[in-house]
Write a protein that binds this ligand. Structure first.
Ligand code: ASP
Length: 301
């Protein structure tokens, strides 16, 4: 059996990272990629590694996932997450959860239960309890920064009367990995986009849109979910991958399509079995980091 070089790539969201926060984002993605790498080293299991990396960013208030999630227009938290084990196509995900500290860990438990793939809202809280998760007060997930950003957003909306633009209110987290057996996995977790309406679900928990993994590639996207869903970014990238020389070309072609089709921008990380990896964005920036036996890289260097 072939042996593959293990690798993990993470992202901490695309969009508009304020320059005074760049260091914080960089430290956060580096911490996540190191945590994920350690798990990959200990278990040689891509699935375990991506969950560990994403959990680290859910616990870090810098990022829009778990603690520090962006808020709905009503000032509440509604998080989405999905994890896919590419080698078995087992998946687990949640939509609109607010009472769980780590949506990605719950998603993994749903994947392992191997019954339904996706749970939403109260049903997700019920399955969480069944699976032994402690439910928390949603207020515990709200940081002063996310409240402040929502207030500013609402003020801006009022000033502009009705702002239809969706960009610049993003910051999901995600991870992709390959282990030495060539197993690929992807995990993504998000608070969604700032000021979203109650009930809105983004691209993150939609297989083939914001998250995908199979025996060819593992993919995690960030950006405005509506654009990512409408252009089926994950599966579009996979289609291009089959006919492109490199992973960069495939992802760039999919992102170019997105511009033409829905006039949108996004970012994504991807690891493939045969054609390497890529971290590319058409948004202003994207925080990411990569680690393998060769060393580590991040978006600031
Ligand atoms: N893709 C996420 C969503 O639309 C947001 C983000 O990437 O920041 O829910």
């Amino acid at each position: 059996m072939n042996s593959f070089d293990p690798m993990i790539v993470v992202h901490g969201g695309a969009g508009n990272i304020p320059s005074n926060y760049e260091e914080q984002y960089n430290e956060g993605v580096l911490e996540a990629v190191r945590t994920g790498w350690k798990k990959l080293d200990d278990t040689n299991n891509a699935l375990e590694a991506v969950v560990e990396a994403v959990k680290s960013m859910e616990d870090n208030p810098t990022f829009n996932a778990g603690y520090g999630s962006t808020l709905t227009i009503k000032g509440t938290v509604e998080m989405d997450a999905l994890v896919i084990d590419g080698s078995s196509l087992r998946m687990g995900g949640v939509m609109r959860v607010s009472k769980v500290k780590n949506p990605i860990v719950l998603s993994k438990a749903i994947l392992e239960e191997n019954h339904h793939v996706l749970y939403a809202g109260e049903g997700a809280h019920m399955i969480a309890q069944e699976l032994g998760f402690e439910l928390i007060d949603p207020e515990q997930l709200i940081t002063p920064r996310s409240r402040d950003l929502l207030e500013k957003y609402i003020k801006k909306l009022e000033e502009e009367n009705k702002n239809k633009k969706l960009a610049g209110k993003t910051g999901t987290v995600g991870a992709v990995a390959i282990d030495s057996k060539g197993r690929l996995a992807a995990a993504t977790s998000t608070g969604g986009i700032r000021g979203k309406k109650i009930g809105r679900v983004g691209d993150t928990p939609i297989p083939g849109a914001g998250t995908w993994a199979d025996d060819i590639m593992a993919f995690s996207a960030t950006g405005v979910g509506e654009w990512i869903i409408r252009s089926t970014l994950g599966l579009r990238t996979k289609t291009y991958l089959l006919s492109s020389k490199t992973t960069e070309i495939a992802l760039m072609r999919a992102l170019e399509d997105m511009k033409h089709l829905v006039n949108g921008t996004a970012g994504a990380i991807i690891i493939t079995k045969e054609k390497g990896w890529a971290a590319i964005h058409t948004t202003k920036n994207m925080a990411w980091a990569k680690k393998s036996a060769d060393g580590e890289l991040s978006f600031l260097k």
